[in-house]
Design a protein around this ligand. Structure first.
Ligand SMILES: *[C@@H]1O[C@H](CO)[C@@H](O)[C@H](O)[C@H]1NC(C)=O
Ligand SMILES: *[C@@H]1O[C@H](CO)[C@@H](O)[C@H](O)[C@H]1NC(C)=O
Ligand SMILES: *[C@@H]1O[C@H](CO)[C@@H](O)[C@H](O)[C@H]1NC(C)=O
Length: 651
């Protein structure tokens, strides 16, 4: 089928022929030339005119057209005398590749018995596009093929002639291939694909190209074929691990069978070239017993016991082989983390089983070494002992402890100890170890007085031979030491005691113990003499006359009220209540005229002297203490009111 465009072109061609192709051969032949593919009924030639026939007589003359062959391509139009087409004529179908395509027909004029020959040349029009036998071409090329290699392509075919036939090939734009078109000796053009640039299957496995064959017609016609270049793999890629170094952290108590890591390599090749096998490249004997690598999956599994204390880091080199013998390498770093899986260990470096009870505080009983193989807090150890025991731990050095006494020991109270030393680490949860250190306390002859000192009170004025007090030394020691003769059980007699002379005595008392190992001990007994109210007050002033009464005291008549007449001064040898004195007016001639200070002993007038007042006064005063029983003394004062001493003596 023609397209509209093609149809227009065909008509234009026809017009040219109508102008230029009518001619008569010398042999009486007529020749026409028409392009192929004309529509049925198209004008071929004016037969009537060319043969000199009258158009009006044509049908009468019984003019016939006879074609050779079966198909009648032409007929005569009796009205116009034109030879016209009766079929669509395809030059290529009738003549194939012949350069000159001629159709013959005979024009028979029956009444004249004349036969004319007409030769109609069918000229080519570009009614065929180049076409490929196979529209899809697959070419397999190894990726290792060197540039310059050529790959023949199947030809296209265009049955048109000359310029309308195949003129050339073009290749779609691409980076790897070019097209080389050659013309054979037979004039046939054939094309070859030329590799310009190396292929890389891993980069592009398939290249889709379009090969276009064109003719030289107007318009140009073309045909295309799809070229599919399949790049075949070569083992040109080594496996590549996803990481240059795989780092993984594991706890040392990870259960056996745990997969801790999966290594992975990729190989850009395909097929066997892509299949990789994993293996250890470099591994220590120890690590090879702990880790297993799955050669297919790359899974690294723990199959042995990890122990941080033994090794905290493993480095393993691994490789991956592909089926083509190329390999890639990587490294695995396994960092083992500590778990508090070790309790502290206590080692006794030295130990004494017993110490004497009189050992001084700070005496070393044992020397301990503690350690914890764990690290960090898990290995941080502290030691302790029960706080109610008379022992403590000292830490002279890192990891070393000494167990010492921290106060005085007393075998008679506790004769043996089981000292538990507990070492605890700082882990979460903490682990601890305890060890028991047995210790016996050895007896020493430590008999002693019951008390460090004694104090006793003795009343004064006791008679000689008076029993005062007894001290007692005791002995709690064992065996021989306990059989103490109390040779010095002593009593203390006060030969004479007078509070006024000795208020306090100190007596050293000595006790002697065990026979085998005599030990002496002394104690201070402190003796206090208690006062007795044994002395009455002794009056110092006023001084007494021979009759026991005082001399006359002169008081000026002009003395004002509250005039200090005299003061009674008394001492009392006793102490305390026994010496707490009070003063009283016992008997007074004129009681209204005098007063006495209760505690001062001062005697004062109560008012100024008046004429009606008596001149002489007798005052009896009493001084007493408040002891048990109370003791007292009296003194009598004689007072005279006078102008002056002369007047007194005048009396
Ligand atoms: C100390 O422990 C031992 C052994 O368990 C025991 O026989 C002994 O009686 C204990 N001693 C004391 C003082 O607890
Ligand atoms: C009393 O004891 C002390 C210390 O125990 C000792 O030095 C002193 O000699 C003793 N005195 C007597 C009199 O034995
Ligand atoms: C106190 O009394 C004692 C005993 O009665 C006596 O010996 C002593 O002399 C008296 N002292 C005075 C100062 O009177």
């Amino acid at each position: 089928m023609f397209t509209n465009q093609e149809e227009k072109c065909a008509r234009r061609a026809l017009f040219c022929f109508m102008l230029a192709t009518v001619w008569e051969s010398a042999s009486g032949q007529i020749r026409y030339s028409i392009p192929e593919e004309m529509e049925i009924g198209s004008f071929v030639g004016n037969v009537a005119k060319d043969l000199g026939l009258d158009v009006k007589q044509l049908s009468d003359r019984a003019v016939r057209i006879a074609s050779r062959g079966r198909t009648q391509y032409f007929a005569l139009n009796f009205k116009s005398g034109h030879l016209i087409t009766t079929e669509r004529i395809d030059r290529e179908q009738i003549c194939g590749g012949l350069e000159k395509c001629l159709l013959n027909c005979e024009i028979i004029v029956e009444d004249k018995m004349k036969l004319y020959r007409a030769e109609i040349e069918i000229t080519d029009i570009n009614d065929n596009a180049p076409s490929f036998q196979r529209e899809e071409i697959e070419i397999k090329v190894s990726e290792t093929t060197t540039p310059g290699s050529r790959f023949p392509l199947s030809d296209a075919h265009d049955s048109d002639l000359g310029i309308n036939s195949l003129q050339g090939y073009q290749l779609s734009n691409n980076r790897h291939f070019s097209l080389d078109v050659q013309t054979g000796t037979d004039g046939v053009k054939y094309a070859e694909l030329v590799l310009e640039k190396s292929l890389d299957r891993e980069e592009q496995a398939v290249h889709d190209l379009v090969l276009t064959a064109t003719d030289g017609g107007d318009p140009v016609r073309s045909g295309t074929a799809q070229i599919c270049v399949v790049v075949l793999d070569a083992n040109d890629n080594a496996p590549v691990f996803s990481e240059p170094v795989y780092k993984v952290n594991v706890l040392e108590n990870v259960p056996q069978g745990t997969t801790i890591l999966t290594i992975k390599s990729t190989d850009l090749d395909e097929g066997i070239n892509k299949q990789v096998i994993y293996s250890f490249k470099k591994i220590t004997d120890k690590a090879s017993k702990i880790f297993r690598l799955d050669s297919n999956t790359g899974e690294l599994t723990v199959v042995g016991n990890l122990d941080f204390e033994e090794a905290s880091l493993y480095e393993i080199e691994v490789q991956a082989h592909d089926g083509g013998g190329l390999f890639g390498r990587s490294k695995i770093v396994i960092v083992v983390s500590d778990v508090n899986d070790n309790a502290p260990e206590i080692a006794l470096r030295s130990l004494i089983n017993s110490i004497p009870e009189d050992s001084l505080p700070g005496t070393v009983i044992a020397f301990l070494h503690v350690q914890d193989p764990d690290s960090g807090d898990n290995g941080e150890v502290t030691c302790s002992t029960p706080s109610n025991f008379p022992f403590e731990l000292k830490k002279p050095l890192d990891n070393y402890y000494s167990l010492v006494t921290d106060r005085a020991l007393d075998r008679e109270q506790v004769a043996a100890y089981n000292i538990t030393v507990t070492a605890t680490d700082n882990g979460t949860p903490p682990l601890s170890t305890a060890t028991t250190i047995p210790l016996r306390i050895l007896d020493t002859n430590d008999n002693a007085f019951m008390k460090p000192s004694y104090t006793t009170y003795v009343p004064e004025n006791n008679p000689s031979g008076f029993f005062i007090f007894s001290v007692k030394a005791s002995d709690r020691d064992l065996d021989l030491n306990a059989r103490v003769t109390y040779s010095i059980l002593s009593t203390i007699y006060a030969e004479r005691s007078d509070y006024k002379q000795f208020r306090e005595f100190e007596v050293q008392v000595k006790a002697e113990g065990g026979r085998s190992l005599p030990l002496s001990s002394n104690v201070t007994v402190r003796l206090f003499i208690l006062d007795q109210n044994d002395n009455a007050s002794c009056i110092l002033y006023p001084s007494l006359g021979a009759d026991g009464s005082t001399l006359f005291e002169m008081v000026s008549r002009s003395a004002e009220a509250s005039y200090l007449v005299t003061k009674v001064v008394v001492v009392d040898d006793d102490s305390g209540h026994n010496a707490w004195l009070s003063y009283h007016l016992l008997q007074v001639t004129d009681p209204a005229h005098f007063s006495m200070g209760l505690h001062t002993g001062e005697i004062r007038t109560t008012h100024a002297f008046a004429d009606r007042d008596a001149v002489k006064h007798r005052l009896v005063t009493l001084v007493k203490d408040i002891g048990q029983p109370p003791l007292s003394a009296t003194v009598t004062l004689n007072l005279v009111f006078a102008e002056n001493f002369k007047s007194l003596f005048r009396k």
